[in-house]
Design a protein around this ligand. Structure first.
Ligand code: CU
Ligand code: ZN
Length: 199
């Protein structure tokens, strides 16, 4: 080996060594960052969501208002609602795609339908996740509802958090596509995470 070749070989060796050392320290840094993130997550007190609530706000010209709660009980969710300012009789009641209130309620979009099913009643096997059928107001204009549901989720791709709840002018006929021909939107609420300790 000539002197020149030997120097070249040493230089290459040195470069490779530097590369290995460099790589090693980069990995160590990544590991350190990962451990730090892990520590930060461990410090968080994340409780799974077990209750959600929507306050229903009247649309323009409407006096309809109230609240809806969604409470996880074992493998199902109990839906409770109390809504006032209605005309006596049935009114379509659904979760809509967007949790956005607007004067005419239209900003809430169509029925929440993450599983791509036809519109139907709450008891139907194939229906929109948001299909709750009707609420029925008495002579005093107040409707109360208690309903057990198996489609409402608080996490994952079909989660209802951040979606809208809509009360309609007319009854949902439970069959017309895409939304049961329930007419104008009288109140819209946004589903948010609720304090499970509060009733
Ligand atoms: Cu609706
Ligand atoms: Zn529907």
């Amino acid at each position: 080996m000539t002197m020149r070749k030997a120097i070249a070989a040493m230089a290459i060796c040195g470069l490779v060594m530097a590369g290995v050392v460099g790589l090693g320290s980069a990995t160590a840094q990544q590991e350190k960052a990962k451990a730090k993130r892990k520590g930060e997550f461990a410090k968080l007190k994340v409780k799974p969501v077990t209750k959600a609530i929507a306050s229903l706000i009247p649309t323009k010209g409407s006096d309809v208002k109230g609240w809806v709660t969604f409470t996880r009980i074992d493998d199902r969710v109990e839906v409770r609602a109390e809504i006032s300012g209605l005309t006596p009789g049935d009114h379509g009641f659904h979760i809509h795609e967007y949790g956005v209130w607007s004067e005419d309620g239209m900003a809430s979009g169509g029925h929440y339908n993450p599983t791509d099913m036809p519109h139907a009643g709450h008891d139907a096997e194939q229906r929109h996740v948001g299909d709750f059928g009707n609420i029925t107001a008495g002579e005093n204009g107040v409707a109360t509802l208690v309903l057990e549901d198996s489609g409402v989720r608080f996490f994952g791709p079909t989660s209802v958090l951040g979606r809208g709840v809509v009360v309609h002018e007319k009854a949902d006929d439970l069959k017309s596509q895409p939304s049961g021909d329930a007419g104008a939107r009288l109140a819209v609420g946004v589903i948010g995470v609720a304090n499970p300790e509060e009733k």
